[in-house]
Design a protein around this ligand. Structure first.
Ligand SMILES: [Zn+2]
Length: 418
């Protein structure tokens, strides 16, 4: 009798736990926990630098998307930490700020050697998976970080950077951006300049993934025509569903499939839900005015402005908008899987870079199994889900490594862009 009571109590407890995980089935958890889950974009280094955030944080009130505990709970195996240099607040020292951010990722890994390791290759990601550690990779977000100097690009590669978005929201010396393509005050290049094409080829030679998120449409087509290796969109969604210039048209999705690359779906509510995008756009004027007023206040007080101040104001405004359902995010994954093919879609969350604006139910990396559950609910097989969770981007990364070896073997001395 006593034993039976224990059994009943245990099953009540198990039911309570699974209920708290919001109906993620054992099947979904099994798929999640046996996959190498790779996310290709998180802005957490801004927090490391500006907020002195420790990735080992166990603070239950922390609103951040990424910590070692959250990664573990969602079985996140590899994260590409974004090295993003705000072009407005870092005028004149882009490279310096790039190096500061790179340092923060190494410092976090050094602080938690038992739970996290720096990773520079597919083999490193697999090793981290076997050792049950989070693989920390780095991607530069915005070509302005190289200050138009291919030597800096090579230096960043040597420091471990494994992708670079050709532009962020700002057009730089060699690539037009989707963020300012309609701004007549900005000097544009009609896509990639000749130097920009040399930079793409040098990235191919080094084995640095060419990332086409953020670029203007013409830059995308120039990059696709130039590259010798498959490209990635580290954090972009589908324009056919949500009409934002940061998202990719169906023609672009098909071009990435033909190129052998992968589109990693961005979770930001404004990129995955048309109603949210419109509500956010309607609010943008007031939100921007609040940021400008704050900047003026800081300037008058002689205080520095940093990313976190802007993020806080954005969060306050965006919190007024209703969050879209998780199904909006799944719709984008589904659309890209249908248009580009199941081998060309993955996850590029933009965690810690979207002022908390992710769909309902996705509050941190711990919630990633809910995506697996939703895909199961839509009839995706375990094998297809594994591709989306990480196998696709690992295939692309391995192919970029292979192309690099081939280019370096074929051209020992020449082929170096100047
Ligand atoms: Zn971005």
């Amino acid at each position: 009798m006593k034993q039976l009571n224990v059994v009943i109590l245990l099953s009540v407890a198990i039911c309570a736990i699974s209920h708290a995980q919001s109906a993620v089935s054992k099947k979904a958890l099994d798929i999640q926990n046996s996959s190498i889950v790779v996310d290709t974009h998180a802005d957490t280094p801004q927090r490391f630098l500006d907020e002195n955030f420790d990735i080992g944080s166990t603070d239950p009130n922390d609103k951040g998307h990424i910590s070692l505990d959250k990664a573990k709970a969602g079985n996140l195996g590899a994260e590409f930490f974004s090295i993003w240099v705000d072009p407005e607040t870092n005028q004149g020292h882009f490279a310096h700020h790039t190096l500061d951010l790179i340092d923060t990722v190494y410092e976090q890994a050094a602080r938690h050697p038992d739970r996290m390791m720096m990773a520079f290759s597919v083999a490193d990601i697999e090793r981290a998976h076997h050792e049950h550690k989070l693989a920390a990779l780095m991607g530069i977000e915005g070509g302005h970080s190289i200050e138009n100097d291919v030597r800096l690009l090579r230096d960043y590669y040597r420091l471990g950077v494994r992708y670079m978005t050709l532009s962020w929201s700002n057009t730089n010396e060699f690539a037009d951006s989707s963020g300012d393509i309609n701004d007549p005050k900005i000097e544009h290049h009609n896509g990639l300049t000749d130097h920009g094409k040399e930079i793409v080829l040098e990235m191919n030679r080094l084995g640095m993934l060419v990332d086409i998120s953020h670029v203007a449409d013409k830059t995308f087509w120039d990059a696709i025509a130039t590259t010798k290796a498959p490209v990635i969109a580290s954090h972009s969604s589908a324009r056919a569903l949500t009409n934002h210039p940061r998202n990719m048209t169906d023609d672009m999705l098909r071009a990435v499939a033909k190129n052998g690359g992968v589109v990693q779906v961005n979770f930001y509510s404004g990129f995955i839900d048309e109603n949210y995008r419109k509500a956010s756009e309607a609010q943008a004027k007031d939100r921007d005015a609040a940021v400008k007023a704050y900047d003026a206040e800081m300037k008058a007080a002689g205080k520095p402005i940093n990313y976190l101040d802007h993020d806080r104001i954005d969060r306050e405004w965006m919190a007024k908008l209703p969050r879209p359902p998780l199904s909006s995010l799944i719709d984008h994954i589904d659309h890209i899987a249908k248009v580009a093919g199941i081998d060309h879609v993955g996850l590029g969350s933009d965690f810690d870079g979207v002022s908390g604006q992710t769909p309902q139910g996705i509050d941190s990396a711990a919630d990633l199994p809910k995506i697996t559950q939703s895909l199961l609910d839509r009839g995706y097989s375990a094998e297809d889900i594994r591709k989306i969770l990480g196998a696709n981007v690992l295939r692309v990364f391995a192919e970029a490594e292979r192309v690099s070896r081939e280019l370096q073997a074929g051209k020992p001395d020449n082929g170096h862009a100047k």
